[in-house]
Design a protein around this ligand. Structure first.
Ligand code: NAP
Ligand code: GCO
Length: 260
């Protein structure tokens, strides 16, 4: 079985830091050439420096995944300057934690736009070349909220639930062209996105520990191996699957509170 990515070009969206950065690092260690984007030049520059610091000569571009014209130009530029895109990781995403009845429609639409329309736009832009190339790999970063709800994350859960089904539909529609489209569903991972939930004494902190058999928050690095697997030939017959990397959260009712 081949878990290597030598000679492959991997495009990871929103990968200046966080989960995207960790996945890109893992793929680079497996031999891939790394391309990433962010919406601000300053973050692309920061990301390039961070990759260089760990010995990775990444290619960084400014691109908003919700802008279809910009994405088409971005993909064409990458194919011209770096090479055909063999692996796409739709990682870029945001969350807004607002009680649904207090959320404006514009806020709801913004989360859906980035977290669901973005992966659609990016995938639509790379699939034609993947078909011409004889195949490719698309990995969508889903979530616990692809399966579960909780207070204040209605837009995010709707987006990530939709992303699960977009993953399955791309797998269904393009599997015959040797394109495998799968998802990774991270559990609760210590990144800037969850920093507000991990502040000292925040009740959510102990809550997540009690809901996770591994009794810890995940690290972004925990996602690199599963991503390399789904990007490699070792997963050529895995398609439409959401691989949950959650320390066991989805399997667990939660630790029984200690008797007071
Ligand atoms: P993060 O630290 O907030 O990083 C998100 C990245 O996406 C940032 O680089 C951000 O750039 C970029 N981004 C946002 N909007 C963009 C756009 N329109 N176009 C291009 N890039 C954009 O998040 P993370 O924790 O690493 O999460 C990465 C992915 O994993 C997200 O899809 C998230 O929903 C998902 N996820 C996270 C967790 C978790 O516990 N952390 C768990 C499950 C799933 P800027 O800094 O410029 O905004
Ligand atoms: C939240 C968290 C989660 C994580 C992740 C869990 O507020 O509940 O941000 O949504 O980001 O998606 O898998």
């Amino acid at each position: 079985m081949n878990f290597r990515l030598d000679g492959k070009v991997a495009l990871i969206t929103g990968a200046s830091y966080g989960i995207g950065f960790a996945i890109a690092k893992g793929m680079a260690e497996a031999g891939a050439t790394i391309v990433f984007n962010d919406i601000k030049q300053e973050l692309v520059d920061k990301g390039l420096a961070a990759y260089k610091e760990i010995g990775i000569e990444a290619h960084g571009y400014v691109c908003d995944v919700t802008d279809e014209d910009a994405v088409a130009q971005f993909v064409a530029k990458v194919e011209e300057e770096v090479g055909k895109i063999n692996i796409l990781v739709n990682n870029a995403g945001i969350i807004m934690r607002i009680p649904m009845v207090e959320m404006t429609a514009a806020q709801f639409r913004k989360v859906i736009d980035i977290d669901l329309n973005g992966p659609f736009i990016m995938s639509k832009a790379v699939i034609p070349s993947m078909i011409k190339n004889g195949g490719g790999k698309i990995i969508n970063i889903c979530s616990m909220m692809s399966e579960l709800g909780r207070e204040t994350v209605s837009a995010y859960a709707a987006a990530k639930g939709g992303l699960k089904m977009l993953t399955r539909n791309i797998a269904s529609e393009y599997g015959e062209y040797n394109i495998q489209c799968n998802g990774i569903g991270p559990g609760y991972i210590a990144t800037p996105q969850t920093a507000p939930l991990r502040t000292e004494g925040h009740p959510f902190n102990s809550f997540i520990i009690s809901k996770t058999p591994a009794a810890r928050w995940g690290n972004a690095e925990d996602l690199a191996g599963p991503a390399v697997f789904l990007a490699s030939e070792a997963s050529d017959f895995v398609n439409g699957h959401i691989l949950y990397v959650d320390g066991g959260i989805l399997a667990y009712i939660g630790k029984q509170p200690a008797n007071d």
